[in-house]
Design a protein around this ligand. Structure first.
Ligand code: NOJ
Length: 749
């Protein structure tokens, strides 16, 4: 009893301490706000980029220097390294009120240590790993002076032509929301820590729905599609405590996101009660003029601030117009104050007023940027992200698949344009740090060398370029393949072929690479193809003819080692595709959680009157959730604790998974549901849970899932998130198209 009283007393003290601290910050913010001129306030709402083309002794642009000194800049981006961030902060300290700058940066998949691109990492379905990689990225960045990370990108993407598909978690809302949550937590860390930073969920909203996959394009969709498919990962980011949001470039049903009151004020700041601040995307406020939504920069500024965009990145729309708009009483000073308050609040919370140079610490930077633990983890996560797409016996032989390769192979030919380059493994959105060379990146060649002893001879030929039509290198590649006992061919997309503004109408393997595959296959040697890319590519001949294929995405600085780990079986691949791979571009968008239509394409195959193409099957080449292992898993004993439930009750689902193969492995067990009849039509299946489990040879584990009312609910016609009584299908599978166990249950009134 005494213990209980003491505990509650301590809790009370703790709560009041937290409260008084919060009160202190908001009091400090208010006190500061009172001293600020309108120009200084607008300064806090203004963000500029460092001109990274400027090299040499002039590191700070003259006009920026003046603006910062005059309190007209609140945040910078693209200032890299403790030395330069310190330089900028010193200038801010010369301003009248000495308000420290925020330093934002696109830390998309690592800082110096580069992790797999986010889409690749999503293939690991390993939430802890993704949280950890985000934490490491933030730790390195924060030591370099960065206190604001422009990630995670949580846009759902169903169109692989869109280059930015590489930056997100793929096509699925459930998986995407879990990943959004994990990444926000990882980036931000623990408030108050030396390496805690603020994250930025982007791009709000529906950026991934750009028409035809053309970057920056319009998103035109029903409200229900918006709520059901595109918004949940953003809500998950709010739930995880994301400090900031970034506008998207697109218009949503005709209203540009930066001036979209429905999205920003009604949903984000209203319904979701988001307390952080919203930054525009680069120039997106000004772009409302090009959209034809605002007549000029002044109207654009008015639309943006009124809708709820707090900070202007690189448009100069606020800086040039906001004071006048306040004077003309078109914008209330309260609106401006509210935006400034939120930004100052974050600066106080980060501890920047106590120590503006807290993040620009060259000693810590040295340490963190060379931390071997980070490299080790990058290698592990890269291994977890590699998807085994195919592993059949070489040619007519029966027995095991080509992979894993034996370390005793005498001669291996390692061929392809991706074998030796370093940068190729980083992919798009890697950070090019000034004054740091790239030798810390492990090329695929080096990875193999590291793995193999002197007994294996490694032969190399480039074969061809990534793009272009030149086949001159084929002869040399064929010659070394003929000398080898096995061939590994590494092909794919160059790092600058996916990413922002890198939409492609043709997502087949570029250039003559697939012809190279054909030429090497013709040698009759056992062949493994590695496909490195920032999106799902199309490679039908390879998929149908080559015995072993690993999808290696862009894996980051440890790519070479991680690929070697998987090739030689030190790591058993366990990743599963977070996005469907189309057979041809004409199938796009293709995603697993589609509606059935009145004439489903995969039923009634004999009727021509179905929702299908007459020249292609209805299924993708590789489905969502697909990925093989060097072992096999058996699914059995599906049990449901109840077959009828009320919406206040749960069902406990259990299944047994057994490793029936010859090596240790990890399996991602997926739970899908289908609501058979709804007041609005429901998808044929939806991922509602998953678990990643480790199994030794012969081991069986029982996996348990809980089905609660949340999992049965959806946005109805009135946009209420509710379940409806009726029958449900339950599917447990190894992918969306490999359902191993099924059952049904009923939700009763
Ligand atoms: C434009 C991109 O859309 C956004 O994701 C990024 O954060 C900003 N540029 C800043 O680099």
């Amino acid at each position: 009893m005494v213990k209980k009283i003491v505990l509650s007393f301590l809790l009370l003290i703790n709560i009041s301490l937290v409260f008084s601290q919060q009160k202190t910050i908001s009091q400090k913010v208010d006190a500061l706000l009172k001293q600020m001129t309108i120009e200084e306030k607008i300064g806090q709402l203004t963000q500029y980029s460092f001109d990274w083309r400027a090299t040499g002794p002039i590191t700070v642009k003259r006009d920026q220097e003046e603006a910062i000194k005059n309190g007209k800049v609140g945040a910078m981006l693209n200032v890299l390294g403790s030395k330069y961030t310190r330089q900028y902060q010193e200038i801010a300290m010369q301003s009248r009120l000495k308000i420290p700058l925020l330093f934002g940066q696109d830390v998309i998949h690592g800082y110096k240590t580069t992790f797999p691109i986010p889409l690749a990492e999503a293939a690991s379905w390993d939430l802890e790993a993704m949280e950890l990689s985000a934490r490491i990225a933030a730790t390195e960045a924060s030591a370099s002076g960065i206190n604001w990370i422009f990630a995670p990108m949580v846009d759902i993407a169903r169109d692989p032509r869109w280059g930015r598909v590489m930056e997100g978690a793929g096509e699925d809302t459930y998986l995407g929301s879990k990943i959004a949550y994990a990444r926000v937590k990882g980036f931000q860390g623990k408030s108050g820590d030396i390496n805690a930073v603020i994250a930025c969920a982007k791009h709000f909203a529906a950026y991934g729905a750009a028409i035809g996959g053309r970057d920056y394009n319009s998103a035109d969709m029903s409200d229900r599609m918006l709520w059901e498919t595109y918004l949940p990962p953003f809500k998950a980011a709010v739930d995880a405590g994301a400090a900031t949001f970034m506008n998207s470039f697109n218009d949503i049903n005709g209203i540009p996101a930066s001036g979209n009151k429905y999205i920003l004020s009604d949903i984000l700041k209203g319904k979701w009660k988001f307390k952080g601040f919203v930054v525009s995307d680069w120039g997106s406020i000004g772009e409302m003029v090009a959209h034809g939504y605002a007549k000029d920069s002044k109207e654009a500024a008015l639309a943006a601030i009124t809708a709820g965009t707090d900070m202007d990145m690189e448009s100069n729309a606020y800086r040039n117009n906001l004071a006048q708009l306040v004077k003309e009483k078109k914008v209330s000073i309260k609106l401006v104050n509210d935006a400034v308050r939120k930004i100052l609040q974050k600066k106080f919370e980060l501890g920047l007023f106590d120590d503006p140079f807290k993040y620009s610490n060259s000693e810590r930077e040295q340490q963190e940027l060379n931390n071997p633990e980070h490299t080790k983890i990058a290698r592990e996560i890269a291994g977890k992200s590699i998807v085994l797409l195919k592993n059949t016996p070489p040619f007519a032989k029966v027995g095991a698949g080509v992979l894993p390769l034996s370390k005793d192979i005498k001669t291996i030919a390692f061929i392809g344009p991706m074998v030796k380059p370093l940068r190729a493994n980083h992919g798009a959105w890697a950070i090019n740090l000034p004054e740091i060379d790239s030798t810390y990146i492990v090329s695929q060649w080096k990875g193999l060398e590291n793995k193999l002893g002197k007994n294996t001879q490694l032969l190399y030929a480039k074969g061809c370029e990534i793009d272009g039509q030149n086949k001159d290198g084929f002869a040399e590649a064929i010659a070394i393949a003929n000398q080898a006992d096995a061939v590994i061919l590494s092909i794919g997309e160059r790092w600058d072929m996916s990413g922002e503004a890198k939409s492609r109408s043709n997502i087949h393997l570029p250039g003559v690479q697939e012809d190279l595959v054909k030429a090497i296959m013709a040698t009759g040697k056992p062949l493994v193809v590695l496909i490195n890319a920032g999106r799902p590519l199309i490679f039908n001949w390879t998929a149908d003819n080559v015995p072993a294929i690993l999808y290696t995405w862009w894996l980051g600085s440890e790519a070479g080692n991680a690929i070697a780990d998987v090739l030689f079986g030190d790591v058993n691949p366990s990743a599963k595709l977070p996005i469907s791979f189309p057979r041809e571009e004409g199938q796009i968008p293709i995603y697993y959680n589609k509606f059935n239509t009145g004439r489903p394409f995969d039923n009634n195959q004999h009727s021509p009157y179905r929702s299908a193409y007459i020249d292609l099957p209805g299924s993708p080449k590789y489905p969502f959730g697909f990925g093989l292992s060097y072992t096999t898993f058996e699914y059995s004993e599906l049990k449901l604790s109840k077959k009828k439930i009320k919406n206040t009750e749960n069902i406990e689902v259990s299944i047994n998974i057994t490793n029936t193969g010859k090596v240790f492995g990890e399996e991602i067990v997926q739970l899908y549901l289908r609501d058979k009849v709804g007041s609005v039509v429901r998808p044929i299946m939806e991922l509602k849970d998953f678990q990643k489990i480790k199994l030794n040879v012969g081991e069986t584990k029982t996996v348990k899932f809980i089905i609660d009312n949340q999992k049965l609910s959806f946005y109805n016609e009135k946009l209420e998130f509710k379940s409806e009584p009726g029958d449900f299908d339950l599917m447990i599978g190894a992918s969306s198209s490999d359902i191993r166990l099924r059952d049904t249950f009923e939700l009763i009134k």
